[in-house]
Design a protein around this ligand. Structure first.
Ligand SMILES: Cc1cc2nc3c(=O)[nH]c(=O)nc-3n(C[C@H](O)[C@H](O)[C@H](O)COP(=O)(O)O)c2cc1C
Length: 179
């Protein structure tokens, strides 16, 4: 068994403070590559990724989404887009890619934060802001942001006691619990 992957998954935390150290273009490409290894419904790959290194836009996004200062501090912010016309599961497919990217970045020693989610007013505003700033063609919807940077403050991994909740697991049918 390749235990390293399990350890990286355990290590991933949301990092909300970053140093000034840059994430390299090579690291970004590796992270995007790993994102695109994710499964998609009927292998449709309905995603696009916009790599943002623009502090002014990051500041505005952070303010709009009330996630200051880490969106602004992040060396790179990747805006994840999907095309509903290409796949009705564009959001699920995009989320699978995002999780892959978070795990890959953690494996590279970087800090990550998933920010913004569809369905609230702040995200609608952020989507409109990005639509113009990033010259997004019509037909694409913004899913979330992935913030990448070097951690300014280490956040310890969760423990199994904290995370693994037996009451959420049902073997065979809902009435059975493995307690
Ligand atoms: C869809 C989604 C949207 C999120 N949006 C935000 C956000 O806007 N701001 C934030 O601080 N964290 C955001 N998070 C991160 C969660 O708050 C975080 O994953 C959760 O608190 C658990 O902490 P951990 O990631 O360190 O395990 C988001 C996570 C997901 C999956």
């Amino acid at each position: 068994m390749e235990k390293d992957v399990l350890d990286v998954i355990r290590k991933r935390r949301t990092i909300r403070r970053f140093t000034d150290e840059e994430v390299t273009d090579e690291q970004v490409e590796t992270i995007l590559e790993m994102g695109m290894y994710a499964p998609t419904y009927m292998n449709r790959k309905p995603w696009h990724f916009v790599v943002i290194r623009d502090k002014e836009l990051q500041e505005r996004l952070g303010e709009t989404l009330s996630v200051r200062p880490y969106v602004q501090e992040a060396s790179v912010v990747i805006a994840v887009y999907g095309a509903p016309d290409i796949s009705s599961t564009w959001d699920l497919d995009g989320a699978a890619a995002i999780e892959n990217m978070l795990i890959a970045a953690t494996a590279l020693g970087l800090g990550t934060a998933w920010a913004g989610s569809r369905g609230n007013l702040a995200w609608k505003e952020a989507e409109e802001l990005m639509q113009a700033a990033l010259k997004v063609p019509s037909g694409f919807r913004a899913l979330s942001l992935v913030c990448l940077g070097h951690e300014a403050k280490t956040v310890p991994p969760h423990t199994k006691d904290e995370r693994y909740d037996k009451t959420r697991v049902h073997y065979g049918d809902w009435s059975t619990l493995n307690l």
